[in-house]
Each structure stands twice: as C-alpha cells, then as structure tokens.
Design a binder for this molecule. Structure first.
Ligand SMILES: *Cc1c(COP(=O)(O)O)cnc(C)c1O
Length: 488
C-alpha cells in the first residue's frame, strides 16, 4: 500500500510553524534589510516556502524516487538505448577519493593517475573501433556526431574542397540529420532505409563530388547488419567522401568486427549505452569519437599523450592537436562516465566483450521468437542486438496500438520498449533486451505482452492503470488535466 501522503506536494504537506531544525536565538544585532538593499529590490513579504519537518521531506523525496522505473528496478528493453545493467563495482571505483577529489586545473604532473586512465581509455577505444585517433571530449553521442562532422568539414576546408552534402538512410537516428544540419551541411535522406538495408543503386545516384559523408548505423536501427558495408564504404571513398559510423549500437559487434575494418573513417561511441554508464532522463553521457590518422590533427582537444618511454616509467600530458576544431566540453569530457566505461572494459577484457555481443544478439533473437506470432517483425529473419516489431495488424484488427501495449506494460512492471521509432516501421515497437537479462525475465516480459493483447481494447486505451501518473495522452487530456495524480 502506498502512503496516502506520498502523492501530495510539499506545499500541500506544509503546516505553519513546522521546522526541520531549530536554531538558537541569534546574538548578532539585526540590521533592517532596508539598510542593505534599495527598497524597490525588496519583496513585500518572504517567499511562501513550505514548512515541514525533516521526516516529511525525507519521506516525500524517497517516495518520489520509488515511483520511477530504472534498470535497477525493472526490465528496460528501450530499443537503441542499450539499457543494460550498470555494475555497482564500477560505481564504487569511479568514486575513489583520488579520482573525485582531483581538481581539473591541477598540474599534469599531479594528475598522472587520472591521465594514465584516460590515455588507456583512448587506446582501448582505438582498439575496439579499429580507428587509431580518439578524443574523449564529446559529452554525448549526438555531440560526438557533431564533433566528427566538424572534423570532416575542417579537413575538406584545408584541402580546398567544397563538399556540402551529408547522406543518411531513412532509418537513421534523428540525431544524425540534426548533427549534419548543425555542422552546416545539407541533409540528404536515402529512402532505401525503409526497406531495411541501404540500396547501393540509390546510394550510387546520390553520390557526387559535393558529398562530404555518409552517416550509417551498423547494425542499423532495425537491428540488421548492413552486409554491403565494405562496398558502401568503397563507393564513398571513390567520390572522395567519408564514412561516418554511428557507433551507438556497438553492443552487437564488440570483439566481432570493427568499424575501421569495414571502411569507417570516423565514429562515435556511446559510453553510457555500450559501456554501462548509468543513463536515462537525459544524462549523463560520454560520446568519444575515433577517426583515421589523416583526421587526427583536427580532433577536439585536449587529448592525453604518453611521453618518454626509454626505460623510465611512462609520463602523461595533455595535448591539443595542431589544427583542432576546438573544445566541445570543459576540461577532459565527462570523466565520471569515462571512468565507469574504462572499468567495464578492464573487467570484461577482450573475451568478455565478445561474449557481451554474442549474448546480446542471442537474447534479442530469443525475445523476437517469443513475440513474432503476435507482433510481426517486418525486416529481417534474424536480428542483431535489437528488433523492430509492428503492432500494425493488431491496430487494424482490434484497435490496439503500439502505445496501448507500451502503456499497459507499465502496469505489468516492465518499462516500455521504444515506440514509433524508427519511422520506417508502422506502429513500431523497438526492443533491445541486452545481454544482462535472464531467460526468466524475457519469458515473463513476452508472457505479459501475450496477456495484454487479449485484454479489452478500451481498457488498454486508458492504460496505465496502476501507476501514480496516468497517460499524458491527447485522448485523456480532452477529459482530464494532462498529468493527474491518481487517488492513492
Ligand atoms: C542514442 C543514439 C544516438 C545519440 O546518442 P546520445 O548520447 O543520446 O546523444 C545516436 N544514434 C543512435 C543510433 C542512438 O541509439
């Protein structure tokens, strides 16, 4: 049973005179405020703050914190977001006093431990990507995309080339065209993405001497591996363009293949997805980028450099590349998340990383097989780390939409999958179970969906029914306030 007071605001709980702490009477003579501030800057009365005891406040916030869904409390198959379990050991390590107490302005000499870790992180990401030069600066996947496109633009500018177009398939993540536009490029969408994979003929006719880059996600957001990727890369290189790999979905190929080996010139990582930085609700993130050697001079700095090997223990220093596009983030990037990613990589090692990919793919295919009967998957017999099912048939036959199923899943204690993305699948439900889920969890999730689709469609349109906040939906909004607290 939920505490009936838990759904009230602090203002509703307020009672005049209640306090969390009582201070002794001041023995400092009181000066009227009018002496200190001009009258027109004084409010007529103090702000109406709620008056509460300490237990009132603690219970309020602890109760609020339990109303949310998180990876630590629920299965969270949010496709493309890789909501895998975040190991607590790495949380502890990232909080070691020697790391968290370091000041970013501390001299390189006094920060050798931190710099050595960041240097190793650069090296690990270079190895995983097959791309030798890494900048840890960008604070998110989207910022990594922007950084890499600015690097490409700087390179073309230096070569005196005017290249204005960036291409991407229709299934691309929305950040791809957004980053291209922000970097000053014209966006060209390939419609073949709708059929699941890039069509080489369509790509060929879109390529010309004005093409700067092709942004491609591999495996793509439909959970399919672009098998022609080496040919695609060759086609770009033939016209002098670059291949950008959106590496947000690296989970499926870790230790199996590398973007640098299949033709990528630049890519970003989502440390908060693939390498278990805790994320959700908008942050925090880390989106390092890796590029080929010829682009290294343009990377956002500072990078960490290793110096003076000859018999001495290695030293590390910060260095900004000669023609750097500049900074995207203060200091060294989101170090807290980079550290968690570093520990994750060190804990797993090469064999562990490959096992991550294999199990992520196995889990996705297992879940797909449990659901295909009711939620067909239009693209692909086998998937990689995720698959995109469609509720189109259910919608046509019984009026049950992807949104209805997603909302009702909350009542069953599961976070919803990503819905209505990618846009190329009608009534899309994009499911990414990740490798950290057990067979029992996947079975229970599939069983819930099987039950849900047998429920009364009108009942489903009103779901969720047991959560403290109801559906902020256009249908309900016509009748009720948009966000309404349920009676306890
Ligand atoms: C998550 C994601 C991004 C953007 O990453 P952010 O860290 O959220 O900015 C880009 N592309 C794909 C395919 C993604 O899944």
């Amino acid at each position: 049973m939920r505490n009936p007071l838990a759904t009230q605001s602090l203002f509703e709980l307020s009672r005049p005179g209640r306090r969390a702490a009582l201070f002794p009477k001041s023995d400092v003579p009181r000066r009227p405020l009018d002496d200190l501030l001009p009258a027109e800057q004084l409010a007529p009365a103090p702000p109406p703050l709620p008056e509460l005891t300490e237990p009132d406040v603690v219970r309020h916030f602890v109760n609020l914190s339990t109303l949310n869904m998180s990876v630590d409390t629920h299965f969270y198959p949010l496709g493309s977001c890789t909501m895998k379990y975040n190991p607590k050991r790495h949380e502890r390590l990232a909080r070691l006093p020697g790391l968290v107490d370091l000041h970013p302005y501390q001299a390189d000499e006094d920060a050798q431990g931190m710099l050595s870790v960041l240097y190793e992180m650069q090296e690990l990401l270079a190895e995983i990507s097959g791309l030798p030069a890494v900048s840890l600066q960008p604070a998110a996947g989207a910022q990594g995309e922007l950084a890499a496109l600015l690097v490409a633009a700087a390179w073309f500018r230096e070569r005196g080339e005017t290249r204005t177009k960036v291409l991407f398939p229709a299934s691309a993540h929305g950040t791809n065209p957004a980053s291209a536009a922000l970097a000053g490029f014209e966006c060209v969408q390939l419609e073949s993405g709708r059929r699941g994979l890039v069509d080489l003929e369509e790509l060929g006719s879109a390529l010309d001497e004005r093409t700067a880059a092709f942004m491609i996600t591999n495996p793509n957001t439909l959970g399919l591996f672009e098998r022609e990727i080496a040919k695609i890369s060759g086609m770009l290189h033939d016209v002098g363009g670059l291949v950008y790999i959106d590496g947000a979905n690296l989970n499926a190929i870790l230790g199996v293949t590398r973007p640098g080996d299949f033709g990528g010139d630049m890519m970003h990582f989502n440390v908060h997805k693939t390498f278990t930085g805790p994320h959700g609700a908008g942050g925090p993130g880390a989106g390092p980028i890796a590029v080929k050697d010829f682009l290294a001079d343009y990377l956002p700095g500072p990078l960490v450099e290793r110096i003076g090997d000859n018999g001495q223990p290695p030293r590390y220093r910060l260095k900004t590349p000669a023609k750097s596009i500049g900074r995207l983030r203060t200091f060294f990037g989101n170090v807290g998340i980079l550290l968690r990613g570093y520990y994750y990589l060190r804990t797993l090692g090469p064999d562990g990383l490959r096992a991550v990919a294999e199990n992520a793919v196995l889990n996705a295919n297992y879940l797909k097989s449990l659901l295909e009967g009711i939620l067909p998957v239009p693209h692909g017999k086998r998937c990689m780390h995720e698959f995109v099912a469609s509720a189109k048939r259910l919608k046509e036959e019984r009026g049950i939409s992807a949104m209805d199923i997603a909302k009702r899943l909350l009542d069953y204690g599961f976070h919803a999958p990503t819905v209505y993305f990618p846009l190329v699948v009608p009534e899309a439900m994009m499911m990414e179970p990740t490798e950290t889920e057990s067979k029992e969890t996947l079975d229970a999730f599939a069983a819930a969906i099987h039950k849900i689709v047998e429920e009364d469609p009108d009942f489903l349109h009103q779901a969720p029914h047991t959560t403290p906040v109801s559906r902020p939906d256009e249908v309900l909004a016509a009748r009720k306030p948009v966000l309404c607290w349920r009676d306890a």
